[in-house]
Every structure is written in C-alpha cells, then in structure tokens.
Design a protein. Structure first.
Length: 91
C-alpha cells in the first residue's frame, strides 16, 4: 500500500471519528456551530465518496487526485477544530 493511500485512509478515519465525537456534543452547541457541523459532515461524506473509487488506482495517475483529497481533508480537520472550539465555548 502506498504512503499516500495509507495517509489518506488514516486522515479520513480520524475525520470520521472526530465527526462522530462532535455529533455527541452537538446538542449543547449554538446554532452556528450546528450549521457548520452539518456542512462539514456533508463534506466529510463527499470526501469519502470521492476517495473510495480512486484508492486502488495506479499511484502515478492518482497523484493529483490524492493531493486534492488531501486538501479537502485538511479543510475538514480545520473546520472540525472550529466546531469543537465553539462547542466547548457553549458548555
């Protein structure tokens, strides 16, 4: 398994875990935090949907796709951090 594939699988797994943990805390969150969470949750699902078909693609032809998916994953990570901060401020 390539380093890029391992990296993206790990990142996606961590993002899903963080999304699930935040979902539990959302009942205490402000409406803005809930809206942001919903947007990020949809984007996380989109990332997974986009990753699945290319994860077994030949590495040479998938470099650009992996790079793009990595950028989306970074955006999600930062977004989930913002939601987590907003949720903890609401508590």
């Amino acid at each position: 398994m390539s380093d890029q594939k391992n990296f993206l699988e790990e990142v996606i797994s961590k993002l899903k875990q963080e999304r699930d943990e935040l979902k539990v805390q959302m009942h205490l969150a402000s409406m803005d935090a809930k809206d942001e969470y919903d947007r990020l949750s949809r984007k996380c699902d989109e990332l997974t949907d986009q990753y699945e078909p290319v994860k077994d693609a030949v590495e040479d032809t998938a470099d650009n796709v992996f790079s793009a998916l990595g950028l989306v994953a970074d955006e999600l990570k930062i977004g989930f951090q913002r939601v987590r901060k907003a949720v903890s401020e609401d508590e």
